[in-house]
Design a protein around this ligand. Sequence first.
Ligand code: HEM
Length: 306
Amino acid sequence: MFTAERVRALVPKVEALAHELVEKFIHKGECELIRDFALPLPGMILGEQLGLDKNDFARFQRWALAMLATSNEIMSEQRLREVADIELDAQHYLAEIFEARRRQPTGDLISDLVHAAREDEEPFTMHELQNLLNQLITGGYETTTSAIAHGLWLLIQHPDQYQKLRANSALLRRYVEEVLRLESPVQGLMRHVTKDTLLAGVALKAGETILVRFGAANQDPEKFPDPRRFDIERPNAAFHLSFGTGVHVCLGQQLARQEILTGTKVLLERLENFALNGPMPDPPHVYSLNFRPLKALPIRFTARPA
Ligand code: HEM
């Protein structure tokens, strides 16, 4: 889906959008980093890759939050109806795009999905396409948002690591891996046991559901000594399980890594003297069983000389 080649071709677009977003708040010396940068950057890139109109970003964001509501909220009846209406809006909108791309492909990701069928296979059904888009929209940007925001918050809390990164931008790649390890945007996912199994001495029965905790695995002291320490030079940081593993390993990991790296690179190029602008929300995270979204990241900064 997001091959290295496709992601490489996207880098100038990600960089340009990151500068465009910074341009909107740099003169104020402060911003709410999630609303003003970390959410629109991956969101607009994904929206565009899907072939959605950039001006529809607010609508796209409403879809993503509604689709994520089932795992991020304990919902009232009224909220459930609201969420259902928004998801219906998404499905109608996407169904029209699927049909338009079936008739006239445009080279975007939805065209690829609509026409993705081997010789002996039927193309994806409407139901399958809707499910795939739901996975892309829910998995494809709030996760990256969480990593970009957690990364900057970690740099503010660890000035020694911030200075190291400032002094040596070649550490950016390892910084991205260490942020993904320490603050895994997807903390866990469900698995259904398909046959009776013994896992680490625990008997699992076919039909049972288990919750695989990627975030916990990334804190295994046998694998990552002093696991709670934020260390952008940690040699094996990239061996985290934040993108899962096996047949369901994340299809967007290349894109995610690139967006976190390029987004952070532009923030560091344009701004300095980062500090929290007031207290963090308490607790700082939105309640979620599987994800780790920050509620907000209010920061202040000074613009770097051009
Ligand atoms: C930092 C950002 C991201 C994180 C931490 C993340 C994490 C994950 C994890 C843990 C899984 C499940 C793996 C499993 O079940 O074993 C997954 C699956 C998936 N991710 Fe991501 N993801 C990120 C960004 C993205 C992006 C940007 C896209 C696409 C635009 C994407 C698309 C997908 C898809 C389609 C799957 C389903 C794969 C399957 O079931 O076969 N993800 N992701």
